[in-house]
Design a protein around this ligand. Sequence first.
Ligand code: NAD
Ligand code: DAU
Length: 346
Amino acid sequence: MTREIPKNLLVTGGCGFIGSNFVRYWTEQHPDSKVVVYDKLTYAGRRENLNDLWDNANLSLVVADIGDMDAARKACQDNGIDLIVNFAAETHVDQSILGPLVFTDTNVRGTHVLLEVARELGIRLHHISTDEVYGHIRDDHQSVETDELAPRSPYAASKAAADQLVQAYAITYGIPVTITRGANNVGPYQYPEKAVPLFSTNAILGEPLPVYGDGRQMRDYAHVYDHCTGIEAVLLRGNIGEVYNVGTGREMTNLEMVDIVLDTLSKDHSLVKHVTDRPGHDRRYSMNVDKLRALGWEPRYDPKQAVAEAAKWYEGNRWWWEPIRSGEFREYYDRQYAERLAGIQQ
Ligand code: NAD
Ligand code: DAU
């Protein structure tokens, strides 16, 4: 059964990577619904991700923090919001190792504030969670939605706490919620701290590609387009109160991902440099996505195509990433990689 298309959406984190892809997808598919992007515009949130859409009368932007209850309540009341889609988060594992507290502020407390607003105003909330909440997955298993959560980084722990708060609110207060747990997304407008845009832009610039440890960690590199269609399927056809995994169900090693990036960009494999590993690095994520498939959803891209398409996008869109890489990103890059690339053990 397909439910009525929500009229007025509050999309938190809509200026980030997945949020902006979702806003673009949703406004194309459902031009009659109104979308309010609610975003703090952190370093990862960029108005320009939606530059081609801002003159759409059904799209607007509120610049605010999800932890600001008055601002969130007002944005919902002023716009007659009937669905909150919560993408807003601090999202990078390495940043969570360098400075973890903001991950609790935004990912845990911020989500909690949105739940309070949803409870008070009687609004459905869809929460974007991640496969990282399941922790490292042994070779003979694929995570299913009922598995226990076993996060292992400050980022993953903050996402698991948010995920469980959402479920607790549904049980305790009976508010209508759904959750999707996404695999590792790739595609346009991903901030270049993440592996695929970092490796693509480094390769284009002829800089080394810093592969953590042996590079044999496994990830399900899913195209962001398929994450957007998966979220749409859950919004329109998912069971209220339930959790759905969203990925391709197929993994590759990071070394395989790097090969695809370099081959797609016709760059030499000598650019690969193995560096000191990420502390607590999860070896493998892998999810079973049958529950989402049962809603009639299928991914369009396999992981190899997804990584290749992403690398091509960075090759064709230097206008987007060059200003980012020459700004505050540089400070982070030096902090994260200078010693690693110099071969100093950490
Ligand atoms: P991103 O870092 O690109 O974007 C995050 C957005 O949230 C930015 O626009 C930022 O400005 C905004 N934001 C951050 N703190 C905020 C706050 N306090 N108030 C309001 N806005 C705030 O992230 P992404 O990769 O697009 O991830 C989006 C969501 O999807 C996150 O919840 C993330 O945990 C989840 N997720 C990501 C992936 C992935 O591979 N990138 C996979 C699964 C799930
Ligand atoms: O799996 C879902 C998660 O995917 C999301 O919840 C996160 O928000 C998102 O950032 C992503 O997390 P990862 O840690 O998997 O993504 P990242 O792009 O940082 O790294 C992908 C893999 O590449 C991982 O095994 C670490 C490795 N890596 C990453 C970087 C940045 C390297 O080897 N070198 C690097 O420089």
